[in-house]
Design a protein around this ligand. Structure first.
Ligand code: CA
Length: 726
């Protein structure tokens, strides 16, 4: 049978097209709120439009219900890279966390799938990027003026000009000069703007002069009808703005209604004389007028309004440069012919308060900072101008990119590919999610209490563990979230339903007190031990085995010392036992310590009895905590053999409830041992008689070991380690 030549050519052409996988240009900013994007119905659309972002919405799809999982900079970025919520990728907050670039990320997987990968601009994950063929990133928060960039060789290089323009220049240069143009690519162009301290480009410093920009209705929120934590934050426009750093005034505050400890304006000190002159020309008169008004006794309300205007104008000015530069990227994609086969995405790491509730900043699970813009243009696939209500989260980006590239999506990724939504004209597929989970771990900046919660189509539930309080909002009746209805009788059935949904989503995302990483920084001895142990790891040489656990491990330094010195000291062993630790503390220690400084041949893990003893947590929850530890170690120490100890028995008699929980844990641990990397060692029968009664010579307090018991443990463990090649 012969096919007509025309048919064969058409078939070949179709196959070639199918093989040509799309490029991805991911344009990402920092703190860009929906309320400042025209396509999302910006309050400022008239005077501060965003025509280039709007163009993407017109030619692509806009997600109306797009949310982050943890509303701060670093955590959002880590979630995007991994497709996992913060408690799994280890980047929980901006105070302690350091992204471990050894873990699986979508750029690495795309590289494997044949993509060329690049990230340019703000990174903010402390460690340097991994998984990118090219990267050039700002150190930490970066600077608006004459910014430094970390180069791939680790050096720091300064570039004269305005950051938003420079990041775009560098992105365009990379696009133009790519080494291997036969490969599809992913380019992440990541702007610092519009992040604090909101310093505009010189060409935009006079924008909005003489205008009064609209205020949000809740600028003077009194925080009534919500729990006390809402009033306790330190992110208020009225009280928490710095004179120099945030309001861009020179010298010292002439009025007490600014924060006491001003950081000054670091951008002004970076400027060259020409930039400084332009800055002073733009702000000088307005600053002088304010100082004059303050001297004459400006009212609290007037001053708050002035601060709001100064803030919002500068914020929107920095966005003007973002939008212009997006226009430059879109123009280049067109000129170069790349546009047709390139997906362009606009997003920002989380939302922001533009005066709502009287605030600036983010962190809260309230709508303004929970929302992330997400607009995607994909010619030929996404129907132009569609607005979708499908509920998405930043855990979805990684699986979407992998799906687009035809790469496999690993099972442990928590997000869903958006491709079914994109190909479905934005209609929500039948099996789509109907609620999201949110977590904020709390940090000292801005004093926002730790909370987590869920949001579905209509309601939002938040939980504050420190005070064991709940807030429930009816978003349909109260879109501004001014009234907590958790204590109102008429909402009792809804509260019950939402609490059940909260529990099921926490289970789905593997969140429990035993799996959610936590530190004990408040206890001085714990922090001291942490510092000492980190230093020890840094200086360690030839460490063959590390012991991980709680007080039973820690006491190798004490009751177990003789046995340790005999059996394990010669192996350069390290003791990472911390008295009182539960699984969540061990998880935190592994995520936040730079543990890859040591590469032991084996690790011995004994953890979990405090999960049982302190609060009688269910066995499955403790096992999930132990499993998390093993999963983290799988990529942190991929070549390390793990000896997982069955938890030692506790309490005198076999029928004690705590003993029974530990037994249950041990039963379930069997399924975690694979005999290849993870080896279970159970020596519990040595500590009791045939009835299961504990021997008090070995466990004098029915929990901790005597020197004789440490000997028994050491003599069982030493041959096991030998067997594993030590
Ligand atoms: Ca941010």
């Amino acid at each position: 049978m012969r096919f007509p030549i025309k048919f064969v050519l058409a078939l070949l052409f179709t196959c070639a097209l199918a093989a040509e996988r799309p490029n991805i240009v991911f344009i990402f900013t920092d703190d860009h709120a929906l309320q400042a994007i025209s396509a999302y119905g910006s309050r400022y659309a008239e005077m501060a439009p965003t025509p280039n972002i709007d163009r993407l919405a017109k030619e692509g799809m806009l997600f109306e219900r797009s949310y982050c999982g943890n509303s701060i900079c670093g955590p959002s970025r880590a979630t995007i890279l991994t497709g996992k919520h913060s408690h799994l990728n280890g980047f929980m907050d901006n105070n302690f966390s350091r992204f471990d670039g050894n873990q699986p990320t979508f750029p690495k997987m795309l590289q494997k799938a044949g993509y060329e990968t690049a990230v340019i601009g703000k990174w903010h994950l402390v460690s340097n990027p991994t998984g990118f063929d090219h990267w050039e990133v700002l150190p930490g928060q970066g600077s608006y003026y004459n910014p430094d960039f970390i180069q791939m060789d680790g050096s720091l290089k300064r570039f004269e000009g305005y950051c938003t323009d420079i990041v775009t220049d560098k992105s365009l240069d990379w696009l133009k000069n790519r080494k291997d143009k036969s490969k599809p690519f992913v380019l992440m162009t990541q702007q610092k703007a519009p992040h604090r301290n909101w310093v505009p480009a010189i060409r935009h410093m006079d924008l909005f002069d003489g205008m009064d920009l609209p205020e949000p209705e809740t600028l003077f929120d009194d925080y009534k009808n919500r729990i006390g934590a809402v009033a306790k934050q330190k992110m208020s426009i009225a009280k928490d703005f710095h004179w120099g750093h945030d309001m861009l005034l020179h010298g010292k505050a002439t009025d007490p209604r600014f924060t006491k400890n001003d950081w000054g304006n670091p951008e002004y000190s970076r400027m060259n004389p020409m930039q400084k002159k332009a800055f002073d020309d733009a702000y000088g008169d307005e600053n002088a007028a304010l100082i004059d008004s303050l001297a004459k006794g400006m009212s609290d309300e007037d001053l708050t309004r002035w601060k709001y205007q100064r803030y919002i104008k500068n914020y929107l000015r920095t966005i003007r440069a973002v939008d212009e530069n997006i226009g430059r990227i879109l123009a280049y994609l067109e000129e170069s012919g790349l546009a047709e086969n390139t997906i362009v995405i606009y997003s920002s790491d989380q939302g922001f308060y533009l005066g709502e509730h009287g605030w600036y900043d983010k962190r809260w699970m309230f709508e303004e900072s929970l929302a992330m813009p997400f607009i995607i243009r994909w010619p030929g696939v996404v129907k132009p101008g569609v607005r979708t209500k499908a509920m998405i989260q930043n855990i979805d980006y990684a699986p979407t990119f992998l799906d687009v590239a035809g790469a496999p999506i690993p099972d442990d990724i928590q997000g869903k590919s958006l491709v079914p939504v994109l190909k479905n004209e934005g209609k929500t597929p039948a099996d789509w999610r109907d609620a999201i989970h949110y977590q904020y771990s709390g940090e000292h900046t801005h004093a926002v209490a730790r909370h987590d919660g869920i949001r579905n189509d209509r309601y939002k539930l938040m939980r504050f563990p420190a005070t064991d309080e709940w807030m429930l909002f009816d978003l349909e009746k109260d879109p501004q979230e001014m009234r907590n209805v958790a204590t109102e009788q008429s909402y009792a059935p809804i509260l019950k339903e939402m609490r059940a949904l909260y529990a099921s989503l926490r289970e789905k995302y593997q969140i429990s007190p035993s799996t959610y990483p936590d530190q004990r920084w408040a206890e001085k001895w714990w922090k001291d031990r942490w510092d000492r142990k980190n230093k020890e790891a840094k200086d360690a040489k030839d460490t063959q085995v590390v012991f991980l656990g709680d007080s039973i491990t820690q006491a190798w330094e004490d009751a177990g010392k003789a046995a340790w010195d005999k059996h394990f000291a010669p192996l350069g062993a390290l003791n990472w036992g911390y008295s009182g630790d539960r699984t969540e503390h061990l998880i935190w220690r592994l995520q936040n310590g730079d543990i890859q400084r040591v590469k032991p041949k084996a690790a011995v893990i004994l953890i979990g009895t405090n999960n049982t003893g302190q609060s009688q947590r269910p066995a499955a929850e403790t096992v999930a905590g132990i499993q998390r530890t093993l999963e983290d170690l799988a990529w942190k120490w991929p070549d390390t053999q793990i000896v997982l100890m069955s938890i030692f028995p506790r309490a005198e008699k076999a029928d004690n409830p705590l003993r029974k929980i530990n037994n249950e844990i041990n039963e379930q641990l069997k399924s975690l041992a694979d005999g290849k990397r993870i080896h279970l060692l159970d020596i519990n029968s040595a500590f009791m008689d045939s009835e299961g009664t504990l021997n008090k010579d070995l466990l004098p307090d029915l929990l901790h070991l005597s020197p004789a018991a440490y000997n028994i443990w050491a003599e069982a463990l030493a041959p096991k380690l030998k067997e594993l090649g030590l």
